[in-house]
Design a protein around this ligand. Structure first.
Ligand code: PLP
Ligand code: SF4
Length: 445
């Protein structure tokens, strides 16, 4: 499919947001709030999103406005007030301001679930930079050039990476040690290239991550997954960018080398897939033989209603996209703004699932990617007279944990694994006992 239109990307940050053509649609009060919150959390939005996704006549309730534009309540009142006070007294450039910003960022649990250290493997006694290997079959690779996105989601759990807090500590280095690691770890079947958004990389650089994996030393790798939000934030990547043809040819090459190329699309709301450009992008990717799966957290203000998931999953199935995961918002950054009780997430999941056909019931969830593994909320039951929540590992730091139900006291307010208490008078969950053996370095569960 050839597009006649070649849109150019324009990026807005907190420094040039006033040049956005629709900026006047935002009230003065909200403009100030945006400025305050964007001092703490990273803000970026591009012209595709502002022209095609945001509903400018409905900003207060528009889910896609909340997806990218900061709201006052994304910070606690005291955090907001400290920053607001400095900005409104013209101290926005002072050492005190930067100290305040830094302190607040550190108070927002910037590295949830031991992200920075606990899953980085060693090779020849050296940590392999830009790699996380938590579950046996799947290794995550964070390409250095892919640690940013076309726009930033306000809820992003990797937000610290996009602020100057982190200095890209997750990313691969120029020695490309990840390749040796993957070569020698024959238990791996899946490489997940992630970010940020790896599809922000140009085709030439993307190739350097994908092509080596097609060689004979990597025959144990069956699936290459690419985690990306580009269908929603820059679908022209697959239609009319300068190197679009090279990107698609690279996907074809991976498929021809007998790999499953799984494009893991992050889709929070069905409207992201309802533009002509998104539809064209989906077709272009599928035309290469890649398959598209989708995942999203469940988020207050964006998609915490069953009807949204129903429509999203139904639409995806019609487009040939396979629904994969419903996640729970992590315990970091603006979690308070977006998180909903686990019980509510389960209710939304169930209601949506029962209203879609079997083909759309491939999504698992609601699942928490926590320190010990991916914990799914399965059910609420009364067992031995006690109301309990039934949980199950979809992935565990120890593969033996997977699939066995375990129980937490019913808690209608709990929003994360660390809020839950074991049922039946137990002092610990079974994995808390085991995990000290598996990795004594983990303390935050
Ligand atoms: C989710 C996840 C994976 C992939 O798990 P699958 O169940 O195979 O999709 C791998 N590594 C980490 C750290 C994850 O969170
Ligand atoms: S696209 Fe993904 S990594 Fe990028 S800001 Fe959104 S959630 Fe975060």
């Amino acid at each position: 499919m050839t597009a006649t239109l070649k849109p150019k990307i324009k990026i807005y940050t907190k420094d040039n947001i006033h040049t956005l053509p629709q900026f006047e649609k935002i009230s003065k009060e909200k403009q100030f709030e945006l400025k305050v919150v964007a001092s703490i959390l990273p803000f970026r939005v591009n012209n595709y999103v502002t022209d095609n996704l945001v509903d400018w006549d409905n900003l207060e309730s528009d889910p896609l406005c909340h997806l990218n534009f900061m709201q006052k309540d994304m910070l606690s009142e005291s955090h907001f007030n400290s920053v607001a006070q400095l900005i409104s007294t013209n101290q926005g450039n002072t050492p005190l301001f930067f100290q305040t910003v830094n302190r607040i960022r550190l108070e927002l649990n910037p590295h949830p679930s031991g992200q920075l250290t606990s899953n980085v493997p060693n090779h020849d006694d050296e940590p392999v930079s830009g790699v996380q290997h938590k579950y046996r079959q799947t290794v995550l690779v964070f390409p250095k050039q892919g640690q940013t996105c076309h726009s930033y989601c306000t809820f992003c759990f990797r937000w610290a990476q996009f602020s100057d807090l982190d200095d890209l500590r997750f990313a691969t280095d120029q020695h490309r040690g990840f390749l040796n690691y993957i070569k020698e770890h024959k238990e791996l079947t899946d490489v997940l290239i992630t970010g940020g958004d790896p599809m922000i990389m140009n085709a030439r650089i993307l190739k350097t991550y994908i092509e080596p994996l097609l060689g004979p030393e990597y025959s144990h790798i069956q699936t290459i997954r690419i985690g990306s939000k580009t269908l929603s934030y820059w679908p022209y990547r697959y239609i009319s960018d300068r190197d679009t043809n090279e990107v698609l040819a690279l996907f074809e090459k991976a498929v021809a080398a007998n790999k499953t190329l799984a494009f893991m699309a992050h889709v929070n709301h069905h409207r992201e897939l309802e533009t002509d450009a998104a539809r064209q992008a989906v077709k272009a990717i599928q035309g290469t033989g890649a398959i598209i799966r989708s995942q999203s957290p469940i988020l207050k203000h964006i998609n915490d209603a069953a009807a949204i998931w129903e429509r999203n999953w139904n639409l995806q199935v019609r487009m040939g996209i396979i629904p994969y995961y419903m996640f729970v918002e992590r315990d970091t950054g603006p979690q308070n703004y977006f998180a909903i009780p686990l019980i509510k997430a389960l209710e939304v999941y169930r209601t949506a699932l029962k209203n879609v056909s079997g083909l759309a019931r491939t999504a698992r969830g609601p699942s928490m990617s926590a320190t010990p593994g991916k914990v799914n909320i399965e059910d609420v039951q009364v067992i031995r007279g006690q109301k309990v929540m039934v949980l199950k590992f979809l992935q565990g730091r120890d593969p033996e944990w997977v699939g066995k139900p375990f129980y937490a006291k019913f808690d209608p307010e709990a929003k994360w694994l660390t809020d839950l208490k074991p049922a039946f008078g137990e002092k610990q969950f079974f994995f808390e006992r085991d995990i000290r053996v598996v990795n004594s370095a983990i303390s935050n569960i």
